[in-house]
Design a protein. Structure first.
Length: 302
């Protein structure tokens, strides 16, 4: 199915982006607030607006109420990323990642009650296998429990709710109006969020300082990273138009699995950049997770 290609483009490209994010944070953003990272994400959306308008000039012809709600989808999405990055500041990625699995569950509820999307038993089973396989990747035996679990849970549950709400708003208007029109105003909302962050003096100073100190590296690496992230987002949102909300989000949750796959590649090719374990447990665990995800994808695509 063609929608599967678009649905999987999200987690594959997002996984690449995660590794680039890790490099950027360790190299350039150690002393900066995570909100500064979101400024780059938001501004890249503003840069794309003229190109989308040239592709489809009718994007400006929508009504005011629809325009506001489409933009709100972008604001909610960036806010979700903010809660995610805040959670990463408090806990390891392996602890934070499993909470993403709440997004497909919330998405299923929203899709059922708001959009009237009813999944077959086979699709439900496939979604459970995909989410279960992704959760299996996140298990780390022997790790000590964190004291900040309640805080992380609160941040990530809010993140999952916002991701589901943003996807719901996008799908409603993409189906009613048009994909590129909805994308245009969603990016506009993301841009407004970024401009609001820049209006806050401490964030603006950190942003300017980063550009002054590492102009070429920050712009080149972060620019490439945001374009990769943008491609994943567009693919995922186009899949929302073609398939049920909860199924697309279940496939999107496989990002954790692809993060591991690319981590292994980095560890083999560039040991200084990748730190994945090759123990028998790790390989068995990830192999089992891959099989569960593959079985789930087979079921949801039937």
């Amino acid at each position: 199915m063609s929608w599967l290609i678009f649905a999987f483009s999200g987690p594959v490209l997002w996984a690449i982006s995660v590794h680039l994010d890790k490099y950027l944070v360790e190299r350039f953003f150690k002393d900066s607030d995570v909100a500064v990272l979101l400024v780059f994400t938001a501004l890249i959306g503003i840069v794309t607006l003229p190109f989308i308008w040239l592709l489809n000039p009718t994007v400006l012809s929508v009504g005011g109420a629809a325009m506001v709600l489409m933009a709100l989808s972008g604001v909610i999405y960036i806010a979700a990323l903010f809660f995610y990055l805040r959670a990463l500041q408090s806990e390891e990625a392996s602890v934070v990642a499993p909470f993403f699995q709440m997004a497909p569950l919330i998405g299923y509820g929203l899709g059922y009650f708001v959009l009237g999307e009813a999944l077959t038993t086979t699709q439900l089973l496939g979604g459970v296998l995909i989410v279960g396989g992704t959760l299996l990747v996140s298990i780390r035996p022997g790790r000590k429990a964190s004291r900040s679990k309640a805080k992380v849970a609160g941040l990530m549950l809010t993140c999952a709710l916002f991701v589901a709400l943003s996807s719901l708003l996008f799908k409603i208007f993409a189906l009613r109006d048009e994909f590129w029109t909805t994308t245009f105003w969603m990016f506009g909302g993301e841009g407004l969020f970024g401009l609001a962050l820049l209006a806050y003096t401490p964030y603006r100073r950190q942003f300017v300082a980063l550009l002054r100190q590492n102009t070429g590296a920050v712009l080149a690496i972060n620019g490439a990273n945001e374009l990769i992230n943008l491609g994943g987002g567009l693919g995922n949102r186009f899949a929302l138009v073609l398939a049920p909300l909860s199924i697309v989000q279940a496939i999107g949750s496989t990002t954790t699995l692809f993060v591991f796959v690319f981590g292994v590649m980095l560890s083999l090719r560039f040991p200084s950049l990748g730190r994945e374990s090759f123990s028998a447990w790790e390989l068995t665990q990830k192999g089992g997770a891959a099989l569960l995800v593959a079985a789930g994808v087979f079921l949801v695509s039937r």
